[in-house]
Design a protein around this ligand. Structure first.
Ligand SMILES: Cc1cc2nc3c(=O)[nH]c(=O)nc-3n(C[C@H](O)[C@H](O)[C@H](O)COP(=O)(O)OP(=O)(O)OC[C@H]3O[C@@H](n4cnc5c(N)ncnc54)[C@H](O)[C@@H]3O)c2cc1C
Length: 634
């Protein structure tokens, strides 16, 4: 690329645009130092983040080529509990274990990334005297009123004030069904080869369910009139497209046929047209969103249900949900603030100036204080675990690689709060059936990119907080949550710099015969194989196409790009088309998470549910197993 966006370079990855867009040295320094000493501050790194270079190579050598160090130097470190993975599940495990065993309990957390939080990470930018936050992975606290008492209790322990979060947020366009959105399609070739987009602003999710003037909106879509006619009839809800089927056949149809087949064969829409219905399924299931059944699509708020009287109750529920909006609460940096609150609670010295919930988003963390010998809880980053086994002296040995050094520590207990698919490699001694169960789910790959923009004029002229781009690399373009939670000051107006948040779902070529898991696997490899240059070029092309009409010039206005790629993203959730209905207790995640003596398994994969509360509940279960085991051993 010619625009000289640097990645993890000697300036620690701060992106610099050429021409008039150059950032000053002071701004650069603000992004890359702790306490002004020039130490790398991981949240400010740009370029390829998420599963960043340096985080996965050791594990891939083990998983793909069976390679691991022949010997490990035994460190003189023994812990009560060693936790593999410092995502929300690992951090919650540490908190629950400390609560159960007391403040003296010695706990070590190991994580292969250079930052803590797992998917719950943030991107931090400093520009023109302002601090801007971006969501690096996990987005929102979803429906906390439905959480278990354990998960709700953790929020209480952390002092999370859900009412304040509600009150502090405004215009949260992310995934909102009621906000105005802009549906955008690449169209005419614009200046310098960028494709100018046709944009139609409306309350699209409601219009698609037949609420409002959907006919005018549809007529504005860049589609042949015959397709528009079909869409208008479809949105009207006047027709039951399954009326030739008996009641039981209809029921079985919606549960066993893909939404794509329904749209093309029953509604008669062209393949090119139906992409407008897939942004949400793709954001929920990644490339496997193409495999949702009619029923799964309806539950995600996709249209079609309103024409089917026999599903009227469900339709009413969906419409009501669209109007009231499900309870979705946001920190300005997504769930990174939750991870920060956990680390602050576990290792107060790491954020000694922070008081907690009220200033967590603006607090500076001292990464050097995470792993101090004097502290009972230590968090060690850049450490990839390659082996975990029980030993004869009633302990667990944990082998890991850090900075190219193969070392090991021991613990009385170990919780694997990492990825299910990694566990068979870490613990080859597990029964074959358990390893097979652990390998079943394939995590959903996603790419969330944050782009620092010099000012918000062009974006505000676009006029919708949520831009849906069915045919672009990023299916949704929006802003981070506008909220003051955690002490954050969001941009005050279009003169201020802003962050554009771009949500991408890796595309895969499908013949239509692949299962969800096959699609996810292929997409994961595609994500690893995609270079920063490619992502950069996609970002520039898409933003120029969307904003070029409004005075935006990517060459000058883009100040930094951070690509958070998550080849191992959401935990796999079973899908009706491709997964059997398991009998209770026999689903792969349940068989896979069986305790193995002093080793237990946490993480959201072990619940087959890609949400915070699953990660927390899993941590609680793992701690309970080990504390009980302790008691049984006397
Ligand atoms: C892009 C994205 C958006 C999301 N949005 C939401 C949302 O809005 N709301 C929500 O509730 N959930 C969301 N999630 C789901 C999220 O995964 C869970 O909420 C939760 O954060 C998962 O926590 P975890 O600790 O189980 O897993 P992770 O966050 O994946 O943490 C596991 C950690 O273990 C590390 N690890 C793996 N192998 C090893 C090894 N061998 N050695 C050392 N460390 C290892 C991993 O690298 C990682 O850091 C999102 C996920 C993604 C990817």
């Amino acid at each position: 690329m010619t625009y000289n966006i640097t990645r993890r370079d000697f300036l620690n990855g701060m992106a610099i645009a050429t021409g008039t867009g150059l950032l000053t040295p002071a701004e650069l320094f603000a992004q890359t130092s702790t306490s002004g000493q020039g130490v790398v501050y991981p949240p400010t790194l740009t370029g390829l983040r998420g599963n960043h270079p340096g985080s996965f190579e050791t594990m891939h050598a083990l998983a793909w080529a069976g390679q691991k160090p022949e010997a490990h130097h035994k460190l003189d470190e023994h812990y009560d509990m060693v936790i593999v993975g410092a995502g929300v599940s690992g951090l919650a495990t540490a908190w629950f274990y400390q609560k159960a065993m007391g403040p003296e309990a010695r706990i070590l957390l190991l994580d292969n990334h250079d930052d803590f939080g797992g998917h719950a990470k943030r991107n931090e930018f400093h520009h023109r005297g302002r601090t801007l936050l971006g969501i690096g992975g996990s987005v929102n606290v979803d429906a906390p009123s439905d959480w278990s008492d354990i998960s709700k209790g953790l929020l209480d322990d952390l002092g999370v004030d859900l009412e304040a979060m509600k009150a502090n947020s405004e215009n949260v366009a992310l995934l909102s069904a009621t906000a105005d959105s802009v549906l955008a399609f690449p169209g005419v070739d614009g200046k310098e080869g960028y494709t100018s987009h046709k944009k139609i602003r409306a309350k699209w999710r409601q219009l698609m369910l037949g609420v409002g003037d959907y006919a005018s909106a549809v007529r504005a879509l860049p589609l042949p009139v015959s397709e528009q006619d079909k869409l208008i009839e479809f949105f009207s809800g006047d027709r039951d497209y399954l009326n030739d089927l008996s009641q039981s056949e209809k029921q079985s149809y919606v549960e066993s046929v893909s939404y794509a087949e329904f749209l093309t064969e029953r509604v008669g829409l062209a393949l090119d047209t139906i992409s407008i219905f897939y942004p949400v399924p793709k954001l929920m299931f990644g490339p496997a969103g193409l495999r949702v059944t009619v029923m799964e699509a309806f539950y995600l708020g996709c249209p079609g249900v309103q024409g089917m009287d026999w599903l009227a109750k469900l339709a009413a529920g969906i419409l009501e949900g669209q109007e009231t909006g499900s309870e979705s609460l946001y920190f300005p940096d997504g769930n990174a603030s939750l991870a920060r609150l956990l680390v602050h609670k576990l290792i107060p010295r790491a954020a000694s100036d922070a008081s907690g919930f009220d200033d967590i988003a603006t607090s500076r963390f001292d990464y050097g204080a995470l792993d101090e010998k004097a502290h009972s809880i230590r968090l060690r980053l850049n450490s990839t675990v390659v082996g975990v086994r029980e030993t004869e002296d009633d302990a667990v040995t944990v082998d890991y690689v850090r900075d190219g050094n193969a070392v090991s520590v021991t613990g009385d207990h170990c919780v694997l709060a990492c990825y299910n698919s990694a566990i068979p490699y870490l613990c080859p001694q597990l029964p074959e059936s358990q390893k097979e169960a652990l390998r079943y789910g394939v995590k959903v790959p996603l790419v969330w990119t944050n782009v620092l923009i010099d000012n918000g004029h062009a974006f505000s002229k676009l006029g919708g907080g949520q831009v849906i781009c069915p045919d672009d690399p990023y299916v949704m373009v929006t802003t981070p949550p506008v909220t003051t939670t955690g002490g954050h000051q969001p941009p005050r107006g279009p003169d201020d710099p802003m962050v554009i948040h771009m949500l991408g779902v890796p595309s895969v070529t499908s013949t239509g015969t692949e299962t969800s898991r096959e699609l996810l696997s292929t997409a994961r490899h595609n994500v690893y194989a995609t270079t920063f240059d490619t992502y950069e070029s996609q970002v520039r092309g898409q933003l120029q196409g969307l904003l070029g009409d409004h005075g935006f010039n990517h060459k000058f206005d883009i100040k930094a790009i951070t690509v958070n790629r998550w080849p191992h993203g959401y935990a796999y959730e079973y899908m009706s088309l491709d997964d059997p209905k398991w009998t209770p207790g026999q689903a792969p995640h349940e068989l896979g998470r069986a305790q193995f003596g002093r080793i237990s398994i946490a993480n959201s994969d072990s619940e087959a549910y890609a949400y915070l509360n699953a990660a927390i509940d899993a941590g609680w279960r793992a701690v309970t197993e080990q504390v009980t085991y302790n008691d049984l051993q006397g």
